[in-house]
Design a protein around this ligand. Structure first.
Ligand code: ADP
Ligand code: MG
Length: 244
């Protein structure tokens, strides 16, 4: 018998854009239920890795396995297990919050019978129930972000990927996002989040990875890791300082 399979696994993963090699033989295992913070300087390949994991871009070589399904061959099965929240909100500004979720529910072929209750539950979960029938273009960045999270949760994926979710949020919205992330993790979702915020990485995640020059240069549990210690590791590895 082999070891239990990790929920997310990459083997010798290489991604290059023409002559630019972004990921060099990345070997990564993430177990079900982990909350991983992915740090690294701009251009170190964080977004590329998330896009690879959800099948938005293809590896140059190497293997990606999610829940036993392989990319790029089994992309539909992989997408069914993944929800992504990126900088682009992917929301329709001239539709209401509820209309947006109904639209994406149809895309995911969710059962029509139960979908309205499911959408109401999600809107309550992200604190937008009272604004369900407002147009998205009237929403603050934080509210749009929360609706994006509801959209990513629609098909009840095992894995949630967040690409710099704190960018552009004010302090209140950022604290609300902290709670949503911790709740999603407590609900059993496996989370990978890229961020530049070392303090949040150390506080929220259970494991911290630092990507540098196409490889994982640091990989450690976040329990008992202080922001100051993480800042030192980050600076040692990358030669740069990061915002705390
Ligand atoms: P990060 O998210 O860590 O800032 P990215 O994954 O966005 O890094 O980018 C890694 C490198 O790959 C950067 O040098 C970026 O310019 C390059 N890159 C990203 N996407 C593309 C693309 N579609 N075509 C060409 N180069 C790209
Ligand atoms: Mg990025």
């Amino acid at each position: 018998m082999s070891d239990a399979q990790a929920l997310i696994e990459t083997r010798a993963l290489i991604k290059a854009y023409d002559m630019l090699v972004v990921l060099r033989k990345l070997d990564l295992r993430i177990e079900r239920g982990e909350f991983v913070a992915l740090l690294g300087p701009n251009g170190s390949g964080k977004s590329t890795l998330l896009r690879l994991l959800c099948g938005l871009t293809r590896p140059t070589s190497g293997t990606i396995l999610i829940g036993g399904w392989e990319l790029p061959g089994e992309a539909a099965a992989v997408r069914a297990q993944i929800g992504m929240v990126s900088h682009k909100s992917l929301l329709y500004e001239n539709l209401t919050a509820r209309e947006n979720l109904r639209f994406f529910a149809r895309l995911y072929h969710l059962p029509a019978r139960s979908v309205d209750t499911h959408i109401d539950d999600l809107l309550k979960q992200v604190g937008l129930y009272r604004r369900a029938d407002s147009l998205v273009r009237t929403f603050s960045r934080g509210m749009q972000q929360r609706l994006s999270i509801a959209r990513a949760l629609l098909h009840e994926p095992d894995v949630l990927l967040f690409d710099e979710p704190y960018t552009g949020l004010d302090q209140d919205a950022a604290r609300t996002l902290d709670d949503l992330l911790l709740q999603a993790h407590a609900d059993g979702h496996t989370i990978i989040m890229t961020t530049h915020e070392l303090e949040r990485a150390a506080r929220l995640a259970g494991r911290v990875l630092i990507l540098n020059r196409g490889a994982v240069g640091y990989d450690a549990p976040a329990h008992n890791l202080t922001t100051d210690q993480l800042a030192i590791h980050y600076a040692d590895l990358t030669g740069m300082t990061a915002s705390a």
